[in-house]
Design a protein around this ligand. Structure first.
Ligand SMILES: Nc1ncnc2c1ncn2[C@@H]1O[C@H](COP(=O)(O)OP(=O)(O)O)[C@@H](O)[C@H]1O
Ligand SMILES: [Mg+2]
Length: 448
């Protein structure tokens, strides 16, 4: 197929992991065109420049695993386009990217199409993305076309309920935030000058150096309060969460209640961990596939010796399932019998089983469909208010963070560059990263 090029959501499946990016391009070019290695290499370099990759020479020599998600998408795009196809089929190519990279890539698709003149079939679950690219839109539901027409018309006057639902599911920036003003309570988590660094080999040739992922972050979190943390991929959000939970080595001050968290070790640390629970992006990885979900919730209660006996723990487990809107009778089901959203509810119930004071949510709705995302967010908010939890809500998408946060910290390259109330941040962002994230949220939202 020289007539058709493809790009997918997960570039690792399209790129050959044992070939350098440059060799893959050179081979593809030589397969399609009559050229020698030298000429193909020059052309490969041109394509890497054309997809706006910085340092094309370096990328040419790099292995796929050495690139970021956004860079890999661009290499895959160069690979698809270098055969000069008449039609490019793009299947959810931006779904795995953060909001900033998503927008850059969509703009690149548009520019290249104008430059090179190919046609494009762009497949996506996200009308907010399609809207910035398509002339014509086809809405599919269960394998059937339910609506079709010029984008402007479908957008303005959607005729089918499925189309309306897709528009409804997009984040709205005119929707009032869900949280009431933050309560004035004592801090339960205090973080001072937290630093996390990793030993990292930058390339095969240079020697190991330390890469600073979190570079002196300070903040306090009060009982009943949610602090949102936003920033692009790689800015250090997950390292911050893992550092303050002491799952990776970190320096600085961390206090949980009156406890000096950094002074804890061994059994004392394990006991204290109960008070700070983490919920992360991937509920599949978080749950043992062979353990019934009821057992997954009972386990931490046993480990920490909560409640008087097994009978009481069993009752508590059933109550927790109901609290996260799952039937109590599901306790003997296995994770694979549940949907993604249901598994995330199990993870939330398991965290609550520890009776924590702080809940740290790291991109905990990023992998869920927009409608399910909203349900899980509503659940988290309800639980937070009922249990007066302090919550650290980490996400790359400001449209989500603004709904649930009392305060927002904007991160860029390991540092907090701005702290603001959600309204303030949208009205007048003070940092460059704050502005970029607000713009990206507007770009992807239903109401501009
Ligand atoms: N285990 C690790 N070893 C080496 N580098 C890491 C490790 N974890 C994260 N990093 C690096 O630290 C930086 C921050 O990563 P991360 O905290 O995952 O960011 P975010 O969650 O905001 O996307 C990135 O440059 C990443 O490559
Ligand atoms: Mg992360």
């Amino acid at each position: 197929g020289r007539r058709i090029g493809y790009v997918f959501q997960e570039p690792m499946s399209a790129l050959n992991p044992v070939l350098r990016c440059g060799d893959q391009l050179v081979e593809t070019l030589r397969h399609h065109f009559d050229m020698d290695r030298r000429a193909a290499r020059t052309r490969a370099l041109e394509w890497l420049e054309r997809v706006r990759l910085d340092e094309p020479e370096r990328i040419l020599r790099a292995w796929p695993h050495q690139l970021s998600g956004g860079q890999r998408q661009r290499v895959m795009l160069a690979l698809a386009l270098c055969a000069e196809p008449a039609l490019l089929i793009a299947d959810e190519p931006t779904t795995a990217l953060d909001v900033l990279r998503q927008r850059e890539l969509i703009e690149l698709f548009g520019e290249l199409r104008r430059e090179l003149g190919f046609s494009m079939l762009f497949i996506s679950h996200d009308l907010g993305v399609v809207r910035h690219l398509a002339d014509e839109v086809i809405i599919l539901d269960r394998g059937r076309v339910v609506e079709q027409g010029p984008l402007a018309q479908v957008w303005r006057a959607p005729a089918h309920a499925v189309t309306r639902a897709l528009i409804q599911a997009m984040p709205r920036l005119d929707e009032a935030p869900w949280v009431a003003p933050a309560p004035a309570e004592e801090p339960v988590l205090e973080v001072g000058d937290l630093r996390v660094s990793f030993a990292e080999r930058r390339s095969l040739w240079s020697k190991k150096k330390r890469h600073t992922a979190v570079d002196g972050v300070s903040f306090a979190l009060r009982r009943g309060e949610t602090v949102g943390i936003v920033g692009p991929s790689g800015c250090g959000k997950t390292s911050l969460a893992r550092g303050l939970l002491r799952l990776v080595p970190a320096t600085g001050q961390v206090r949980v209640g009156r406890t000096d968290w950094m002074a804890l070790a061994g059994a004392a640390l394990r006991r204290a961990r109960r008070h700070v629970q983490l919920i992360f992006q991937d509920p599949v990885a978080a749950l043992n596939p062979r353990l019934p979900i009821g057992e997954a919730i009972l386990e931490p209660m046993r480990v920490h010796g909560l409640h008087d006996d097994e009978g009481e723990r069993f009752e508590r487990m059933q109550a927790l399932l109901e609290e996260v809107d799952l039937p109590a009778g599901w306790h003997d089901r296995l994770p694979r019998q549940l949907s993604g959203g249901e598994r995330q509810r199990v993870c939330i119930a398991r965290a609550l089983a520890c009776q924590p004071r702080v809940l740290v949510c790291d991109e905990c709705v990023a992998q869920l469909d927009v409608t399910i995302q909203k349900q899980v967010l509503e659940l988290l908010l309800r639980l937070q208010q009922r249990h007066r939890l302090a919550m650290l809500f980490i996400a790359h998408d400001l449209a989500v963070v603004r709904l649930v946060s009392h305060r927002i910290l904007v991160m860029d390259a390991g540092r907090v560059v701005e702290e603001a109330h959600p309204d303030e941040l949208f009205r007048a962002p003070r940092s460059a990263m704050g502005r970029a994230l607000v713009e990206a949220a507007r770009w992807g939202a239903q109401s501009l």
